[in-house]
Design a protein around this ligand. Sequence first.
Ligand code: PGA
Length: 256
Amino acid sequence: MRTPIIAGNWKMNKNPQEAVEFVNAIKDKLGPYTAVERVVCPPYVALPGVQAALAGTAIAVGAQDVHWEESGAYTSQIAPNMLQGLVKHVIIGHSETREYQGVTNEMVNKKAKAALAHGLHPIIAVGESLEINEAGGTQEFVGNQVRAAFDGIPASALATIVVAYEPIWAIGTGKSATSDQANSIIGAIRGILAELYGDEHANAMRIQYGGSVKPNNMVDFMSQEHIDGALVGGASLKVDSFVDLVRLAVEAKGLS
Ligand code: PGA
């Protein structure tokens, strides 16, 4: 049984004080739901405060991106060693970084390797545009993203990696993929991982869905065979909806 993982991607929301207030408000409420892994991914500047506020709880902290170099002339970037001790997870290849910061498949691969080398657990995001989706190219496009992201990554690292399938046209739009569509693409991603690493590894890997996940569609997604959790933007920013998402994941997977 794969442990579901629900991660809140806060994007560019909440200042350090708001971030600490938020995690103080959720930590007791999320306490009972130990059957799913719970992660919050605040902006970089809020990480120290959030990490301190969650110390001693089972709620994990993630960063939203990471550079692959150790240090150097990379204005605005954060190196993997800077995140050590502050976060467990790091989102890599989110479509907004691919679109606005020019992150390529090759960079995703370098970032993932650098994260792993520092003991950070990558959440590797992949997903297609509406244009590709409508042209029927989703499996090929997402498949290429997955193959590129995992290039040279050894099977021994897989247990710490999560993949997030996030169709770009479903992010922040209120238009989620149907749970059947998401399950079928995620099943295809698992098939590619099986080609690369064998069935046993592929079946143990966790693959999330992301894109307009809300409490009212959470059970649909979580009831699907291949969907092991969610990467959630908007609905992770409010205490009640984030707690509801975690509770619904536990219930939908029959873990309560
Ligand atoms: P959304 O964002 O839930 O607001 O659609 C998801 C994401 O970008 O990770």
